[in-house]
Design a protein around this ligand. Structure first.
Ligand code: 4NP
Length: 154
């Protein structure tokens, strides 16, 4: 990865998956003693200014991580200059991210699960319309990815 990595986690609404990914990455980075820029956002504007979904807040809390202070924002062109790595939760968001890339911006964009050996190419399922157990699965995915990223950065 780049010398000064800056990591952005992107889903659709920025209230379910990407806030969990941001929380998991903050925890993994702190455990590894890494001081890096970490943020999340959504490709859609539905939930701009909103806190994470209560089910995501609860899931993170179960793992000792407080994400209640996060607020939704939408991906913008400047993110491609501010962040070196942009991680998409699924294939639709991967396409939507690339559609926002300014000409010449070099940020590396890939699926978040590409970071986990054996899970390359996998999507993190949208838990929004599912039950709370789906959020546990989301957590398992994003925390595995966060640990894999931290290990690569160490
Ligand atoms: P997220 O989940 O992309 O993981 O934050 C969703 C949140 C909201 C909606 C869809 C997915 N929505 O349609 O409002």
């Amino acid at each position: 990865m780049a010398d000064n990595p800056a990591l952005l986690f992107v889903c659709l609404g920025n209230i379910c998956r990407s806030p969990l990914a941001e929380g998991a990455m903050r925890e993994a980075a702190e455990s590894a003693g890494l001081e890096i820029l970490i943020d999340s956002c959504g490709t859609a504007a539905y939930h701009v200014g909103a806190p994470p979904d209560p089910r995501s807040v609860q899931t993170a809390q179960t793992h000792g991580i407080d994400i209640s202070n996060l607020r939704g924002r939408q991906l913008c062109g400047a993110d491609f200059h501010r962040f070196t790595h942009i991680f998409a939760m699924d294939h639709q968001n991967l396409r939507n991210i690339e559609a926002v890339r300014p000409d010449g911006a070099e940020a590396h964009v890939c699926l978040l699960m590409d970071m986990v050996p054996g899970r390359e190419g996998a999507a993190i399922a949208d838990p929004y319309y599912d039950g709370e157990e789906q959020f546990d699965e989301t957590w398992e995915d994003v925390s595995a990815a966060a640990k894999a990223i931290a290990a690569r950065l160490r």
